[in-house]
Each structure stands twice: as structure tokens, then as C-alpha cells.
Write a protein that binds this ligand. Structure first.
Ligand code: HMG
Ligand code: MG
Length: 310
């Protein structure tokens, strides 16, 4: 069976929406535990305005510490890619100054969310991204793209599929290596996913796409299954189902990494991730954020009867 890549976004998408602000040291420990469990792609910080998202304050210090541990070769981080969000040129410069080579720009398929999230129109945001890409290229950085609100927007309602396809192509033309398709507020259903992802695959191919489901209404695993059937092999998730988006009302956490990994292993896919360790990390981070997390597998634990594989 084929391999699936998990992009763990709990330390960014998850923690950016928590009431308790965690120090860079605790966020670093979180990343080390995730890498120790076999997660090879970890989104760890965001070079955004601390006035807008105070939870991501200290990302420079955090990324510097994490990259130093990674290059020392003594940390579990040594084999994991550590990335951070950048909204504009200032963020990209901060990422470079911190030594970060893997970054992500984030666009929106809805005009209203672009304004609320990054304070500009979709068109203006693409102007900013072009400048970010130029600087990234001169620094040899790898840039991922996100596109939010692909399945519906809390401010505008339905989002036309043609617009999503056009914006994904535009991100590709800017030079990102992959676009993560966001169901930011967790409204998608498996048939809708099948329809949109089929169109996206026709436009850019399945290897260029990742899926980013929030589990607000309980459809995320079904949506992942729908995407898997079309050949998508990269999924974003947050340990425990931490998360949300500070600028999208009613956006609850990302689909939980434990739940995704449990389902994938049961279906015979390989992730390289140790599920029992994820459950232990859930208990650890629950104490730090001071509330129970929504992950079903985190709560129920591993069944005794099923092979769990890696
Ligand atoms: P703005 O207020 O329009 O910025 O914010 P500005 O250019 O007018 O500058 C205002 C001040 O901010 C200036 O400082 C700038 O230097 C400073 P002052 O002169 O007043 O002292 N500034 C910055 N500071 C730190 N880092 C920066 C930066 N840029 C300017 N990069 C801005 C525009 C983009 C900065 C702001 O809107 C922002 O930080 N937004 C980020 C919001 C965010 O992080 N949202 C959550 C992540 S997206 C998400 O969760 C969705 C996703 O998960 C996918 C999905 O689920 O769909 C990815
Ligand atoms: Mg998100």
C-alpha cells in the first residue's frame, strides 16, 4: 500500500487559537516529541504580527532554537522539515534572519476572509506573494502555498469552484511546490471534496495537492477518505485536533493527527508515525493547554485487537 505524508500543523494552526500562550521552549519540546513519534513535516511557527496573533510570538527564537537542535544531529528533529508561515515581505525577511528555509504563504479563495486574515484583497495578496517568492528564491527557500475557504466561507457563503481552481494555478505559477487546499471552517462533505479535488487534479495534478481539513462538523475523516480515493497523499492535521483560525468564526481544530493515522494504518497506508507515541503526546499537550482535546483516538486509546502498523 502507498505511503501518506502527514504535515503536522498543531504547533502553528493548533496553538494559534489556544487561550493559554505557550513559551517557545514548550513549543520546541512539543516539536521534539512530534519528531520523535516519526513526523517528518512540522509547521512550527508563524512570522506574522504578534498584535494579530499573540500565540505565535517568539517564533524567531523558537525557529532558531529548533534549527540549532536539528543541525546538532542529537535531537529527534534531525530528520524533520521545520516550516513557518509568512504573510508578507517582512515575514519572509524574519524567516530568513531566523535561518528558516521552509516557509508557507497563505492565500484565500474568499475576498472577505483575505481582508479579515491578512488585511488586504486577494489581488493585493498576490502582489505581496510575488515579492515574497522573489526573496525566497534568492535565499534558496522552499515555499508551500495554502488556499483557505475552498469549500465555503462564513462571510460570503458558497465559494465558486472555478475560482479555487484559478487561484491554485496562480499559486503554482508563482512557484510554490505544493498547495494545501483549506476547508478552514470545516464545512465540506465527501461528495463536494470529490468534485472539487477532481477538477483540481485535472488542472494541476494530484502530486501538487495537499488537503487541510478542519473537523468542525465531523466530516474531516470522510473528506480525507474521499481525497485518498482520488490519489491525494499529503494531509495536514493537528495533534489532538488542536486548533482553529483566529480570524474565521466557528473554525474549530484541524482533524486530529491520531485519528488520521489510526484510519490510515487500519487501511494499510504507511505513515512512518508511531500512534502510541501520539497518544502520549496528546496527554502531555492537554496539560499544557489546560483542556481536553477533541481527538477520538486520543480519548479512547488503542484497541487491543487491531494491528496498528506504521
Ligand atoms: P497590517 O496591520 O495590515 O500590516 O497587518 P501593516 O503592513 O499595515 O503594518 C502594521 C504593523 O505591523 C507595522 O508595525 C509592521 O511593521 C508590522 P509598526 O510600524 O506599526 O510598528 N508588521 C509585521 N510585524 C510582524 N510580522 C509581520 C509583519 N508585517 C507587518 N509579518 C499582516 C498585515 C499580514 C501583518 C497581519 O494581517 C497578520 O499578521 N496576519 C496574520 C493572520 C494569521 O496569522 N492568521 C492565521 C494563519 S492563516 C490560517 O490559519 C489558515 C490556514 O490554516 C489554512 C486554512 O485553515 O484554511 C493556513
Ligand atoms: Mg487551518
Amino acid at each position: 500500500m502507498s505511503k501518506v505524508t502527514i504535515v503536522e500543523v498543531g504547533a502553528r494552526d493548533g496553538l494559534q487559537n489556544e487561550k493559554v500562550l505557550l513559551s517557545p521552549e514548550i513549543r520546541l519540546e512539543f516539536a521534539e516529541k512530534l519528531a520523535g513519534a516519526g513526523i517528518r513535516k512540522i509547521e512550527l511557527g508563524a512570522f506574522v504580527s504578534p498584535q494579530w496573533v499573540p500565540q505565535m510570538r517568539g517564533s524567531t527564537e523558537l525557529m532558531k532554537m529548533a534549527l540549532a537542535r536539528k543541525t546538532s544531529g542529537k535531537s529527534s528533529l534531525k530528520d524533520s522539515e521545520l516550516s513557518a508561515l509568512v504573510p508578507n515581505l517582512r515575514g519572509m525577511q524574519d524567516a530568513i534572519d531566523a535561518g528558516v528555509k521552509d516557509v508557507a504563504i497563505f492565500a484565500s479563495a474568499s475576498e472577505a476572509f483575505a481582508k479579515k486574515n491578512i488585511n488586504c484583497s486577494i489581488e493585493e495578496s498576490f502582489g505581496r506573494f510575488a515579492k515574497v517568492m522573489e526573496l525566497a528564491k534568492s535565499n534558496g527557500s522552499r515555499v508551500r502555498g495554502y488556499l483557505s475557504m475552498c469549500f465555503g466561507c462564513p462571510f460570503e457563503g458558497e465559494v465558486p469552484e472555478g475560482r479555487v481552481v484559478r487561484l491554485v494555478k496562480r499559486l503554482r505559477d508563482l512557484g510554490v511546490y505544493e498547495v494545501s487546499i483549506g476547508d478552514t471552517i470545516g464545512v465540506a462533505n465527501p461528495m463536494q471534496v470529490h468534485r472539487l479535488v477532481s477538477k483540481l487534479i485535472d488542472a494541476v495534478g494530484e502530486d501538487f495537492l495537499a488537503m487541510h481539513f478542519h473537523d468542525t462538523r465531523g466530516t474531516a475523516l470522510a473528506n480525507i477518505h474521499s481525497s485518498l480515493q482520488l490519489g491525494i497523499r499529503v494531509f495536514d492535521s493537528s495533534l489532538g485536533g488542536l486548533g482553529g483560525c483566529p480570524y474565521a468564526p466557528a473554525a474549530t481544530g484541524n482533524v486530529a493527527t491520531e485519528d488520521v493515522v489510526y484510519m490510515l494504518h487500519g487501511m494499510g497506508y504507511k505513515t512512518g508515525i508511531d500512534l502510541a507515541q501520539l497518544i502520549a503526546i496528546n496527554q502531555w499537550i492537554t496539560e499544557k493547554v489546560q483542556h481536553e482535546l477533541p481527538s477520538r483516538v486520543g480519548r479512547a486509546g488503542l484497541p487491543k485487537l487491531l494491528p496498528i502498523g506504521t
